[in-house]
Design a protein around this ligand. Structure first.
Ligand code: N01
Length: 545
């Protein structure tokens, strides 16, 4: 870890009084700061653990780390001048370029003066007497504010599996979500990579090129669509700038916050030839849009099987060794029931002489040794282990903040059986606490900046209305949260998403975590309408005083 949180002074400091505290300086925290400070005129401080702004993109610097949404809509839409001034260089921006963009926005809006970096929050406690939150940091600083907004992202707490013997490993190991900013020299090294999710699929082709030898330890074979990344031409930049209003309108009116629409055809209503031609075209175009080829890929098992089969055939065509190709072929879940990755030469990587695939279903990891990884079959000698093993998604980053709400009720207790929120925005008994893209909201099922802007706009409107009415406290009602949890479950069950039993959407990737489907799968546009309707109905489901 390269960032150093400030350390505690001998004598704790007096609380610093603010109107609102925001935790996190990624896409969410930056925009929330702008709205509360520059539109509502509030005194706001952003507390950020990292040494720079960027959130997810501050920490995820592994080679090959890119965004899976296309650059022209993986950005803010709220500010015309910023929108028109920025140019992306590639179809899928690399992490460095996204950090540059977020710094550009932060500088343009003069946000950095209200962002405190290297500041890790250790606890947040609500006081029923004053309706204030008190937030403490590792350095022993104390902040107090009426409103507390978590902008910590959904995928910020690294999941490092507790393999026996990891402490004995004589080489180096890294988690992709905690990558050292100075980078890692893989030249001449024998590298072991564990995990083949979106991250593993991005990092593997680059590690294979940079290292002497790469061993990929795969637990679950994954589908992937070619990204077809390429530079963006000046003409494309110009055209997008002209059409931005339409881009954002389309992004907000759809299911996933992407500006492309879902086909109106069913995959099982067309002939085999037609279907294949549509899939081929989508495969050639590349990217997440592949799943929009037919309207029912995520709703109907037969339709899903057609997409899954098509990709399985592609894997068999690309991978030269048939045995390896079969090991790489997913058979235990349907396409897109887990978050579908996109790649730049992932399956081709297995045609290289310096790459070995190990199937952990056939030979599970027994322990990490001094020299490498021992499976039930043999020991693989390694110099570096890369954990591309994902995150304690949604709840991990919120629970580690040690939040206690009304009458000392701990969030850990409230969510012991899984997160229970109202609209993903608030949890009963945690007044004046708002969660941007929290569990129970569309969040990760969406193009994130669109989901983030919708939440920040709603929270800002809610606070504005409270201040205008002289109200000091807002709290989700337990009955509203119960009903919302049911709606989240119903929305998931109307899709094939719960079918993937090892998905992080369900918390299944972290041993011991309650299995609850966490994001709202009813679609972005429908969700945004529900939120607007709640506002119009005088904040139905919230108790305000
Ligand atoms: O994490 P994952 P990720 N032993 O949880 C394996 C976003 N993202 O970092 O499938 C062995 O998907 C695990 O195996 P299994 C995106 O939303 C965004 O790849 O559980 N293996 C799996 O293969 C994405 O979905 C961008 O059986 C173990 C892998 O590790 C999310 O981040 C780019 C294991 C983890 O896959 C998470 O993706 C990249 C164990 N004990 C990522 N534990 C953007 O473009 C886990 N695994 C914005």
């Amino acid at each position: 870890m390269t960032t150093q949180s400030r350390t505690a002074p001998a004598v704790p400091s007096a609380p610093q009084a603010l109107d609102a505290i925001i935790i996190g300086a990624g896409f969410s925290g930056l925009y929330q700061l702008h709205k509360l400070r520059d539109e509502l005129g509030l005194k706001v401080r952003v507390l950020e653990k990292g040494a720079g702004v960027g959130g997810t993109w501050f920490w995820n610097r592994y080679p090959g780390a890119r965004c899976d949404s296309e650059s022209y809509y993986y950005c803010y839409s709220f500010n015309k001048a910023i929108e028109q001034a920025w140019s992306w260089s590639e179809r899928y921006p690399e992490h460095t370029e996204i950090r540059k963009y977020l710094n550009f926005v932060a500088d343009r809006l003069a946000l950095k003066r209200d962002i405190q970096l290297d500041t890790e929050v250790t606890s947040a406690a609500f006081d029923d007497g004053t309706n204030l939150w008190t937030v403490q940091t590792v350095a022993g600083e104390t902040f107090q504010a009426q409103f507390l907004i978590t902008a910590v992202g959904c995928l910020s707490t690294a999941n490092v599996p507790k393999f026996k013997g990891l402490e004995n490993f004589k080489g180096d190991w890294y988690h992709t979500g905690n990558w050292p900013p100075e980078g890692i020299d893989f030249a001449g090294k024998r590298v072991g990579q564990i995990g083949t999710g979106s991250t593993g699929i991005q990092v593997a082709p680059v590690l294979a090129k940079q290292s002497k030898h790469l061993t990929i330890f795969q637990r679950t074979a994954n589908y992937s669509i070619p990204a077809r990344n390429r530079p963006v031409t000046p003409d494309e930049v110009e055209l997008t700038r002209k059409n931005y209003d339409d881009v954002w309108r389309r992004a907000r009116s759809g299911t996933n916050g992407h500006p492309f629409s879902m086909s109106s055809q069913s995959a099982v209503s067309v002939s085999d030839e037609e279907r294949r031609a549509i899939y081929e075209k989508a495969w050639e175009r590349g990217g997440l849009r592949f799943r929009a080829s037919f309207k029912d890929i995520l709703e109907n098992e037969k339709a899903n099987e057609t997409a899954s089969d098509f990709i399985r055939e592609k894997i068999a065509t690309v991978v030269e060794d048939a045995k390896v190709g079969e090991m790489l072929t997913p058979r235990d879940h349907g396409f897109a029931t887990k978050r579908p990755p996109i790649d730049s030469g992932y399956f081709e990587t297995f045609n290289r002489d310096n790459v070995l695939l190990v199937d952990l279903k056939a030979e599970p990891i027994v322990e990490v040794t001094e020299k490498g990884i021992r499976t039930s079959n043999q020991e693989y000698e390694l110099d570096i282990i890369v954990f591309a093993t994902g995150f304690d998604a949604f709840t991990g980053s919120l629970l580690r903040l040690n939040i206690t709400g009304s009458h000392g009720y701990a969030l850990k207790e409230a969510w012991a059986a899984g997160p229970r929120t109202y609209l993903g925005l608030q949890t009963p008994k945690f007044p004046n606490l708002f969660t941007i893209t929290g569990p129970g909201s569309p969040s990760v099922l969406c193009n994130m900046p669109i989901a983030i802007e919708q939440h920040v706009d709603w929270i800002t409107g809610c606070i504005r209305d409270m201040l205008a009415s002289g109200l000091t406290r807002i709290e989700a009602e337990p009955a509203a949260a119960e009903q919302w949890v049911e709606q989240v479950n119903d929305a998931a069950n109307a899709t094939l998403l719960p079918m993937a039993s090892s998905s992080w959407y369900l918390g299944a990737n972290v041993p011991g975590k309650p299995r609850v489907f966490m994001p709202y799968a009813g679609g972005f546009a429908r969700y945004a309408n529900i939120c607007n309707d709640v506002t119009r109905s005088d904040y139905r489901g919230f108790a305000r005083s």
